[in-house]
Design a protein around this ligand. Structure first.
Ligand code: ZN
Length: 362
């Protein structure tokens, strides 16, 4: 049954066999709320999940705003969204690892599992990857169908609001773990949603001092609360790189986690990295830009890692352990929750910067 209630508003209540969904209905700004989307049927190796709580991602914002990336990638008509928790509703005839009633999330990167990288432990960079809510119907809907192989059982001690954001938290955990922060000085450049998560993850993972940069004062303040040693507003604090160097024996930080994708932040982040340091890059620059490879990478002898998605399933087990250890502080990052009918308010709250992580409930 869809989430219909006896006293429900007909404008927001689906008929039997239909569901609520937010789709990218046209090649332009916004999303459209439907109550008449057909409930998908799982194939033999698929699982249908009743979605309960979802997160709004930066990717969803690009899709909402219909920027060049979205226009070039998103098929008009799809259900959007990829961060969620729900309950298994129906399983295909060949599914053996889960059953109706189980609380689950899912890895949103779907691959056939047969290409070189999938077969060698690197499915997160498989060439045939399809992303939920980007390349195929996502989770801003009452129901979603995913392959059994993508289903992640949620531990009973993990709260719904945390399980709903495994996807972005996984980006933060993947970045921090690949960078290797234990006992190291770390610079996290950009404390948006995932950058803030990276602060608490780095602290939980035993980082030494954590330096953060951004231009958003409330987020810098929150970064400090989450464990940053210093949080620099680079718009005002022009000599921050010198200060970081001074604080790190004149060398610079051991590790850079680049979460912003801003060309200036990338340039400065590498300036603040010590020779022989390690840089993990998650933030996506909006377009190509000039970058000093000689000074920042080659002469510096540093290691640069591109970070895409979450390792399947290393990152998921790491997230579960970190959450069960209760060393992650996520509750200040999750600032708002709205019913999905108020999706416009939810997106406004996220886009205006008033909210950090904004969730919607189905
Ligand atoms: Zn996301």
């Amino acid at each position: 049954m869809p989430a219909a209630q006896a006293d429900a508003d007909p404008a927001t209540t689906p008929a039997s066999g239909a569901m609520r969904a937010l789709t990218k209905h046209h090649a332009g700004e916004g999303l459209k709320f439907h109550t008449d989307k057909a409930i998908p049927e799982p194939g033999p190796t698929e699982v249908r999940i009743k979605v309960q709580k979802v997160g709004i991602c930066g990717t969803d914002r690009h899709i909402w705003e219909w920027d060049d990336w979205a226009a070039g990638r998103i098929p008009v008509g799809i259900v959007t969204g990829h961060e969620f928790v729900g309950v298994v509703d129906k399983i295909g005839s060949a599914v053996t690892s889960t059953e109706p009633g189980r609380r689950v999330s899912a890895e949103g990167h779907i691959t056939a599992g047969l290409d070189f990288n999938s077969r060698t432990g690197n499915a997160h960079i498989a060439r045939d990857t399809q992303i939920l809510g980007v390349d195929r119907d996502g989770i801003f809907a009452d129901y979603v169908v995913v392959p059994e192989a993508n289903v992640w059982p949620v531990h009973k001690e993990i709260a719904d609001k945390h399980a709903a954001i495994f996807d972005p938290l996984g980006n933060a955990v993947h970045t921090v773990m690949e960078a290797g922060v234990s006992g190291k000085s770390v610079l996290i450049s950009g404390v948006g949603i995932i950058g803030l998560m990276a602060v608490t993850v780095a602290k939980a993972a035993g980082a030494g001092r954590i330096f953060c940069t951004d231009i958003n004062p409330p987020r810098l303040k929150l970064a400090k609360k989450l464990g940053a040693t210093e949080a620099f507003n680079v718009a005002e604090h022009k000599s921050w790189i010198d200060e970081v160097r001074k604080a790190t024996r004149g060398e610079g930080v051991d590790v850079l986690c680049e979460m912003s994708g801003a060309p200036a932040a990338m340039d400065q982040g590498f300036r603040a990295l010590r020779n022989g340091g390690r840089a993990a890059l998650l933030g996506l620059p909006a377009k190509e830009f000039a970058f000093d490879f000689n000074q920042h990478i080659i002469f510096k002898g540093c290691t640069v890692l591109g970070i895409n998605g979450r390792r399947m399933w290393d990152t998921w087990y790491q997230m579960e352990e970190l959450l069960l250890s209760r060393r992650l502080e996520l509750d200040d990052i999750i600032t708002h929750e709205f019913p999905i009918e108020q999706f416009e308010k939810a997106f406004d709250t996220m886009r205006s910067g008033d909210g950090i992580k904004v969730l919607m409930n189905l």
